[in-house]
Design a protein around this ligand. Sequence first.
Ligand SMILES: [Zn+2]
Length: 108
Amino acid sequence: MRRIGSNIRKQNADAKVNRPTRNIIRYSEQEAPRNDYPRRIVSPPRPKSCCTDENRDMVGKVQEIDGFKFCYKICRTCGHAVKFFFPAVESTSPAVKEYRQWKRYTVQ
Ligand SMILES: [Zn+2]
């Protein structure tokens, strides 16, 4: 089984910060929220009670890294942005599909 991130070479102590899946979200208290996708998204540092899943708009296209699909989502009210990873529902593995099928009936 392949571990997530196992193909990312560790170069130095900053490897985690500079990894290729670079985040375009910039959390700032000084700057006003701004959607400058795909270059940058300025967001308040912390989510508030308005930042529900339903209140967030998807920004740009769905991207994929290492088989994981993600997109950026921004709160309509305060502009708080997150990198949203989709659950791996589109897995092509038959074993996973079978497991999910079975799980459907056991979990309410
Ligand atoms: Zn919000």
